[in-house]
Design a protein around this ligand. Structure first.
Ligand code: SAH
Length: 391
């Protein structure tokens, strides 16, 4: 059994029994334990609470992996990975070809993300403890996925915070430089190690399908389009035309390639611009769309940035609402962890009031179901959206 013991302050065990995150402020004392090692977490009276991986460097110093008195060894990781994959395989013959197979805290594997892009897996270690266990994770994945090649793609910011060298590149042997994947029949080329997230915004998959179903015969606007996800789906769904707006040249180059790959280039207009400016310009020009998608980056990366973020959300939503034709649909999102669903809805309400537009809430949208939400871990519900219809 592990030697390290982390004792919580009195009263902090309640949250720790259902939430995996322990902050330095929750800790009464810790025995001498090497960064990245396993610790047994106990309450103030010394009673077992759970076991997690410890790192004294970040404020979030321990993440619990289990609430059972069991070792965090190779067999444990393999069991947990097997459970995560089984969840994704539920109701289908095998693992999905494209999607998130393991999602950190939501799968009881804090600090680990595994995404599948067709013939390859992309693995992200986000904590020191998980980075140290990468060989065990790779061994288990090798067995569970019959040896799909793995591309390591750690996030620089997380690695810096946790104090380890981010791994980037093929974990074992070499795979292709890029892969082509199909999302509900729309093809996307993903260059491994390039772009944002692990390649695609897999969390928007179900919402792209929703947008596609609303697109037939309409003019569509995909603001913050990245590599053209919503725009390609809207066109594949029969949109007469789609305008794709994005500020990153690399993302736009990939969007062009994806449009071409699907034979959609003719009906697409690509605009390299700041979406704030472009929305204002379109509004001034009296443009109208039957379908508008607003999928901005997280404006609030920390708590103090929330006010500025809310102003940003209000501004783009106000403009987008004014661009809607009667009966038109707006899919609007926030992926900022610090902006709650209620707060986001308030901002959209304020935007509609200022825009003088009446809208029906057709649906509340969230991240794709392969990014599960834990009731007691509200941080797992980070992507919020509304599907609005101009009355
Ligand atoms: N909807 C996309 C994901 C969007 S992610 C999909 O389904 O794949 C947000 C995108 O907004 C990123 O590609 C980022 O480069 C871009 N972006 C960030 N700030 C921007 C701005 N001010 N104007 C235009 N694009 C911006």
């Amino acid at each position: 059994m592990e030697r390290g013991v982390l004792r919580l302050k009195r009263g902090r065990e309640k949250r720790a029994r259902t939430h995996p995150w322990i902050f330095k402020g929750d800790v009464a004392d810790v025995t001498d334990v090497a960064p990245g090692s396993a610790v047994t977490v106990v309450d103030a009276a010394g009673r077992f609470v759970g076991r997690g991986l410890y790192n004294p460097r970040p404020a979030l110093c321990c993440r619990l992996l289990t609430w059972t008195d069991e070792p965090l060894d190779a067999a444990f990781l393999r069991r947990r990975l097997g459970q995560a994959l089984a969840l994704r395989a539920r109701g289908r013959p095998g693992l999905p070809e494209l999607g998130r197979l393991v999602w950190s805290d939501a799968d009881g594997l804090p600090g680990l993300v595994v995404d599948r892009y067709g013939p390859v897996l992309v693995v992200q270690c986000l904590t020191l403890g998980m980075a140290r266990r990468r060989p065990l994770v790779l061994d288990a994945l090798g067995t569970l996925t019959s040896g799909l090649p793995v591309f390591d793609l750690d996030e620089t910011a997380a690695a810096r915070l946790e104090g380890f060298e981010p791994a980037r590149g093929w974990a074992r042997g070499a795979g292709p430089a890029s892969v082509e994947v199909a999302e509900d029949g729309v093809r996307f080329r993903v260059t491994l190690g390039a772009g944002q997230k692990t390649g695609l915004y897999l969390d928007q998959r179900e919402n792209r399908a929703r947008a596609r179903g609303l697109a037939a015969g309409r003019e569509a606007l995909d603001a913050f389009c990245y590599t053209g996800g919503f725009g390609c789906h809207a066109l594949a769904g029969g949109a007469r035309r789609a305008v794709l707006v994005e500020s990153s040249p690399e993302a736009l180059a990939a969007a062009r390639e994806n449009l071409a790959l699907n034979g959609l280039t003719d009906r697409a207009e690509i605009v390299a611009a700041n979406a704030f400016d472009e929305l204002r310009r379109l509004e001034r020009g009296g443009a109208r769309f039957g379908l508008v998608v607003l999928d901005p980056p997280p404006f609030a990366r920390n708590r103090t940035a929330v006010d500025a973020a809310l102003r940003g959300y209000k501004e783009i939503n106000l403009r987008a609402m004014r661009l809607l034709e009667p009966g038109g649909h707006l899919l609007t999102f926030s992926c900022s962890h610090h902006v709650t669903e209620a707060l986001f809805e308030d901002v959209c309400r304020a935007a509609a009031a200022d825009a003088g537009v009446r809208l029906r809430v057709l649906e509340r949208l969230a991240q794709a179901s392969d990014h599960p939400v834990l009731l007691t871990v509200p941080e797992t519900r980070y992507l919020k959206g509304l599907l609005l219809e101009a009355a």
